[in-house]
Design a protein around this ligand. Structure first.
Ligand code: ADP
Ligand code: MG
Length: 618
């Protein structure tokens, strides 16, 4: 039975403007999509000069009979549509029945194809659209099409082609897109006899993603998303709420029904889904979109691919549905991710602080606190600290390797100096303070740098906030109650606060009494506010509270933010190792350890891979 039918005029008229074959990649695209439509699971693309000289696409798909192969070169011959309704329903990749004749008309083409019912293959040779030769050859099942002398009959077009590198880059990008979209297809790309890409069939999308994007992909802060209803499904990965770094931050791909698409509706859905998170955590710069790799499947009846000549854009029949579904899926994923972060953080760091176990080193360091001049003792301490930072563990992922270092010496490599302090395995957390402002600490897979002020702010914020949600207050009684004058500018805020939420300040740990119109008596303050400064801090807190409240209209949040900001240790304050450990421990017991209450990052992570890259080891 013939598969290919010539479309009726009615149907052809319904089909949008002709295919634009403007450069090698558009040819590769049409041919590969035909191969995919023919259910091939192995597709090889062979180029010469980036496709400018020669393009060959070989597949192991269902192939064509002689009759079908000849019919394929007639305009509007397609096996994929029969009538107008089909156009709407069609879900296969190409369906205009125009690609083969269009390509043939601007090149010399050779087609060899064999279907499952014939023992020999049909070979057809064409020159600029005219069939020159039809014959039989022996070949495997499938189709093999070669395109040469591209645009020789259209010199103007030919001159328009870019350099070999540019044309090749377009094609290799396209093959990458296909590789991401169709994990089960073995894809190969060769140029000038050299294999450039080879993606054997992958078990699933995850495997293919790491084959294409590098296995480092999974170590990045990406969030897996997936959602489905009867009409649409969305799956893929989006950037998490720590910023993704390096090339990963540039991944921005949307695939709809197997096509790489630029779509404003989906990008808009993504942006609006992120918006509250970005505001909260202030992560991605304004206007910058987080990375995404999204695979959508939309019921073909709801989508029109023929609005853009290169099919890079689509039109949805119900853009609203696509927008809201995509947005909801992403929001849900980000919410889950937020919760997960908390779990991972406590699992990973919860154990690290052991009370009452200050090492010798720590004692030495804290003993020297306060000394101004860099005397001998301080230099010695600095040496110790440097050595500590330089502990070989920092660059070694596997603690077992450290144990086996005598083997390394036998093989002639440099060994660890014997006087270097090597901490026992459970003691790998050895924080170090940089410029009295940042804490450096080793993590499983690299180095973490913590902003001490931001971290402390986060800790206090959560404590105060939790108290205002009902956790019993921890306050300290003032020896003598203090009278604080309230500046007129703050009176309105204070009155509102005291009128509407008389309990909140109490819950936060303040015990207040209105004294007269303009002053307040303070009897108790939250334990965190050790640095009370005769009540002046209270005014600062009120000032800040006023601003915060304007933004959030949530007294609990504003109080917690204002108190934490004033109570937290400042940048530039020296703290002991024990204090650092406590800070780290408390931080990772927080619900959101990664951001300060104002949304700035609390910590920055350098993975070993980052370091190796910097040192040009990889
Ligand atoms: P369309 O893909 O829009 O149908 P084309 O001009 O690209 O139009 O292809 C015409 C027809 O030729 C297809 O419908 C299909 O039946 C057949 N065909 C093209 N390429 C292949 C292939 N690689 N394997 C099997 N059949 C093919
Ligand atoms: Mg086609």
């Amino acid at each position: 039975m013939n598969r290919i039918k010539v479309l009726s005029e009615e149907v052809t008229n319904k089909i949008a403007a002709g295919e634009i074959i403007d450069r090698p990649v558009s040819i590769v695209k049409e041919l590969v999509e035909n191969s995919l439509d023919a259910e091939a699971d192995r597709i090889t693309v062979i180029l010469e000069n980036g496709g400018k000289k020669r393009i060959q696409v070989i597949d192991n798909g269902r192939g064509m009979s002689e009759e079908d192969a000849l019919l394929a070169f007639e305009r509007h011959a397609t096996s994929k549509i029969r009538n107008v309704e089909d156009i709407i329903r069609i879900s296969s990749l190409g369906f205009r029945g125009e690609a083969l004749p269009s390509i043939a008309s601007v090149s010399r083409m050779e087609l060899t194809s064999r279907d499952g019912e014939n023992d020999t293959a049909t070979r057809i040779e064409l020159e600029f659209g005219t069939i020159k030769n039809v014959g039989k050859v022996s070949a495997n099942k499938g189709t093999d099409i070669t395109v040469k002398y591209l645009f020789s009959n259209l010199p103007a077009r030919k001159n328009f082609l870019k350099s070999e590198q540019v044309e090749f880059k377009h094609i290799s990008d396209y093959i990458h897109y296909q590789a991401l979209t169709f994990p089960g297809i073995h894809l190969r790309l060769l140029n000038n006899g050299q294999e450039k890409l080879n993606y054997p069939a992958a078990a699933d999308r995850a495997q293919r993603l790491s084959a294409v994007l590098g296995s480092g992909f999974y170590k990045q802060d990406f969030v897996k998303i997936s959602g489905e209803n009867e009409l649409i499904s969305v799956e893929g990965f989006i950037g998490g709420l720590e910023e993704t770094k390096g090339t990963f931050s540039d991944y921005r791909y949307i695939f709809i029904n197997g096509r790489f698409i630029r779509d404003r509706i989906i990008i808009h859905a993504l942006r609006t889904a992120y918006e509250p998170f970005i505001k909260k955590y202030r992560i991605y710069q304004q206007g910058k979109t987080p990375p995404y790799i999204l695979f959508l499947n939309v019921n073909p009846e709801l989508i029109d691919f023929n609005v853009h000549p290169a099919k890079l854009e689509v039109r949805f029949r119900d853009p609203h549905l696509v927008h809201s579904f995509t947005k909801a899926t992403i929001v849900q994923a980000l919410l889950d991710y937020q919760e997960d972060k908390f779990k991972i953080a406590t699992e990973k760091f919860g154990h690290i602080y052991k009370e009452g176990d200050p090492t010798m080193l720590e004692k030495q360091i804290t003993a020297g606190k306060g000394g101004r001049k860099a005397d001998k003792k301080e230099l010695k301490q600095m040496n110790i600290m440097l050595k500590e930072l330089y502990q070989p563990d920092l660059f070694r992922q596997d603690p077992l390797e450290a144990a086996g270092r005598s083997d390394v010496s036998q093989s002639g490599q440099k060994t660890v100096p014997s006087d270097l302090y090597l901490p026992p395995e459970e003691d790998v957390v050895n924080p170090w303070q940089l410029h009295n402002s940042y804490i450096l600490v080793q993590s499983d897979d690299g180095l973490i740098m913590i902003d001490q002020h931001a971290a402390h702010e986060r800790i206090i914020y959560e404590r105060i906030f939790h108290r205002m949600c009902g956790v019993p207050a921890e306050s300290q009684k003032m020896l003598f109650p203090i009278v604080v004058d309230i500046p007129p500018i703050l009176k309105e805020t204070v009155n509102q606060l005291l009128d509407n939420n008389p309990e909140l300040l109490k819950m936060a740990g303040f015990s207040l009494k209105a004294f007269s119109g303009d002053s307040i008596v303070i009897e108790e303050i939250p334990v965190e506010l050790g640095n009370w400064d005769g009540g002046e801090v209270f005014k600062d807190i009120l000032f800040q509270l006023q601003d915060e409240y304007k933004e959030t209209e949530d007294f609990r949040d504003s109080i917690a933010k204002s108190v934490s900001c004033k109570a937290a240790i400042k940048a530039g304050e020296k703290i002991s190792k024990k204090e650092m450990l406590k800070l780290i421990n408390d931080l990772f017991a927080c619900q959101v350890p990664y951001f300060c209450p104002h949304g700035r990052p609390v910590l920055i992570k350098f993975t070993l891979t980052d370091l190796e890259r910097k040192f040009k080891r990889i």
